[in-house]
Design a binder for this molecule. Structure first.
Ligand code: SF4
Ligand code: SF4
Length: 284
């Protein structure tokens, strides 16, 4: 079973929920879960779970390299490239690696066979174990690299769950391509939001992704002091169950800022996360 934790925007407590769910299941299940930190532009789950990383693998795209001795500067490669990642300027053919998606079209269509493909590193995958027995893996996008999706896709292939092992994916914030790639293939989407107009706005966007991918979803409201009727009304209208409300408390904020998970600050939440897991398991 794959559960993805996401939120329409950053700073809602998504990683707090994801890490606490993982720790709650680790004490309850015979096989502790596999945790994937898919927020490859700013991975931070390791700060809470403290895995011992023991294994790594580079992520690279195959990008074109042009042999100028063979190139006739015919321009066919530039014509076929949808991303303007290769251009012919006079008597030179230039490749712009940061725009290249590694599709291979230019290589396939070059009439002079002047293009070969060379690996271009864009990030790294790392994995290990936590003291609680959680299998942990994360992707880290190199600084300046614009494309997170290939790193997330490779992470999902590289860190494979054992039979019967629950997978928890911590998604990047937002609703753009890296989030969609993280959610794709999940069995359930747990959306973390706040009882504010901004929280509701971003929840509306996030739920559209779940609907398009046909993935059942539930909501956790963080900093849930007081009520915000518009959010409750939206969840009711969308048949989105509100699975947990976490109030804003100074002890939680301070504990999280010091690198503690919610279930370490308030162990009683472990029961709530196991209840949420049972709800999801019954549904799937
Ligand atoms: S298609 Fe091949 S020969 Fe033509 S410009 Fe591109 S690299 Fe050169
Ligand atoms: S591999 Fe694809 S994206 Fe990259 S330069 Fe060639 S055609 Fe463009």
């Amino acid at each position: 079973m794959i559960i993805t934790i996401a939120s329409g925007k950053g700073g809602t407590g998504k990683t707090t929920v994801a890490t606490s769910l993982a720790l709650s299941l680790a004490v309850d299940q015979s096989l502790p879960p596999l945790f994937l930190d898919c927020d490859v532009e700013a991975p931070n789950a390791h700060l809470f779970l403290h895995p011992k990383l023991a294994d790594s693998q580079d992520v690279a795209l195959l990008i074109p390299s042009v042999d100028e001795a063979k190139c006739t500067h015919c321009g066919k490669c530039a014509e076929v490239c949808q991303y303007h990642a290769i251009a012919v300027l006079g008597q030179r053919t230039l490749v712009f690696p940061q725009l290249c998606h590694g599709c291979g079209s230019c290589t396939a269509l070059c009439p002079e066979h002047a293009i070969t493909e060379v690996p271009d590193r864009m990030g790294v995958l790392e994995r290990g174990q936590t003291s609680a027995g959680i299998s942990f893996a994360r992707g880290v996008l190199d600084v300046g690299e614009p494309m997170a999706v290939p790193v997330i896709r490779q992470l999902k292939k590289w860190a494979v769950a054992q039979p019967g092992q629950v997978v928890i994916r911590d998604a990047p914030p937002g609703t753009s391509c890296p989030v969609v790639e993280t959610i794709r293939g999940s069995d359930y989407l747990l959306l973390v939001t706040e009882p504010t107009p901004f929280g509701l706005h971003d929840l509306r966007l996030a739920i559209q992704v779940a609907v398009e991918l046909c993935i059942p979803a539930g909501v956790i409201i963080n900093r849930a002091n007081g009520s915000y009727p518009d959010l409750e009304a939206f969840c009711a209208a969308q048949h989105l169950p509100v699975l947990l409300r976490i109030p804003f408390e100074r002890t939680i904020a301070e504990g999280v800022a010091q690198g503690n998970t919610l279930v370490e600050i308030h162990p009683e939440y472990g029961h709530d996360f196991r209840r949420i897991f049972s709800h999801i398991a019954r549904l799937i």
